[in-house]
Design a protein around this ligand. Structure first.
Ligand code: ATP
Ligand code: PRP
Ligand code: MG
Length: 296
């Protein structure tokens, strides 16, 4: 199975970290620019531009791909589940949670365009012409779309366009270019995409599970402690969430009192408060560790 992964840009590093954490270590090879092997002999990585990845997956050069929903939407249809997918759709298997941004319609602050209807007969510049045309159809506004390959924010100030559809996250770029958001066009984040014909492939399922286990471990910690056996119920009451803890008998303390070792997964945000509560019910030797993966 081949996974297409961004070769540069802001999505490259987080995607490689995700592969590492999922246990799919990418081997260093001379050819790393294009292809790389992973520790799994059945999984290879293809490095491509974020914008090209959807096409690589649709065409079969790769089976699954990791890139922004904005790029997948620009390249054609995207389906949530395989059952609803047409042959040429990409199936959005998993939201990987990073690369969050929005495509927005924006126009010069203090200009004539205050709402999308004001664009009728006007021009919109964008790196996302297909998404923009879909959007204009959806809101039933007849405007021209011009495609640019960068610096979209400048076009309204040089009379190339009345408005733009572009990526925003902090809003800094729009602000610096004195552009105001008129409407939201698409919420995006990085997803794992597959062709409908490979969705049921066991290897794809295995990769999906590995990524899900990384996401499940995020923001959670593993707590280990010893506690007096007779206070186990109090300890259990203190440990929040995620099912019952694992309890193991350990040797009695020096006074012959029964002791247990208790292990539990807790939300990171609860760790601070939980530790003082655990101490107050007699827990000792409390260890907090990170979790690499959690298969639920
Ligand atoms: N400011 C941002 N905040 C969050 N995610 C973003 C932002 N800009 C882009 N993205 C996401 O990252 C994807 C790729 O953007 P990136 O800028 O890394 O690639 P690129 O523009 O193709 O590469 P480069 O800018 O290096 O030529 C976008 O399609 C989008 O999903
Ligand atoms: O709302 P903001 O936080 O300002 O982010 C939005 C900007 O980020 C991206 O550009 P990028 O930094 O990738 O530069 P690029 O134009 O070279 O791709 C995007 O194209 C916007 O211009
Ligand atoms: Mg960019």
């Amino acid at each position: 199975m081949r996974i297409a992964v961004p070769n540069k840009g802001r999505l490259h590093d987080p995607t490689l970290s995700l592969l590492e954490r999922a246990g799919l270590h990418v081997e260093e090879t001379a050819d790393r620019q294009l292809y790389a092997d992973t520790v799994d002999p059945d999984v290879t990585v293809l490095f491509a531009r974020a914008a090209d990845i959807p096409e690589y997956v649709r065409d079969g050069a790769a089976d699954v791909g990791i890139t922004g929903l904005d790029q997948a939407a620009e390249s054609g249809g995207v389906a949530d589940s395989a059952s609803a997918a047409a042959d040429d759709d990409l199936v959005d298997l998993l939201d990987l949670g990073y690369g969050s941004c929005k495509l927005v319609l924006a126009a010069p602050e203090d200009g004539d365009i205050e709402r999308v209807a004001d664009l009728a007969g006007g021009t919109v510049a964008t790196e996302f012409p297909a998404v923009t045309r879909d959007y204009l159809d959806r809101v039933d506004v007849d405007a021209d779309v011009v495609t640019v390959t960068g610096a979209t924010e400048l076009t309204p100030h040089v009379d190339m366009a009345d408005a733009i559809v572009d990526i925003t996250s902090t809003g800094t770029t729009l602000k610096v270019n004195r552009l105001a958001v008129i409407d939201d066009v698409l919420d995006s984040s990085v997803r794992l995409f597959a062709r409908p014909d490979v969705v049921d492939d066991p290897k794809v399922g295995q990769v999906l599970t590995a990524f899900e286990s990384v996401l499940a471990a995020d923001g959670r910690r593993y707590l280990m402690m010893n506690a007096p056996k007779q206070r186990l119920d109090e300890v259990k009451d203190v440990i929040p969430g995620l099912g019952g803890p694992t309890v193991m008998n350990v040797e009695a303390d020096e006074n012959g009192n029964g002791m247990v070792a208790v292990h539990a997964v807790v939300e990171e945000r609860d760790v601070f408060a939980t530790i003082s509560e655990l101490k107050s019910v007699g827990a000792t030797g409390i260890l907090v560790t990170e979790i690499e993966r959690l298969v639920e």
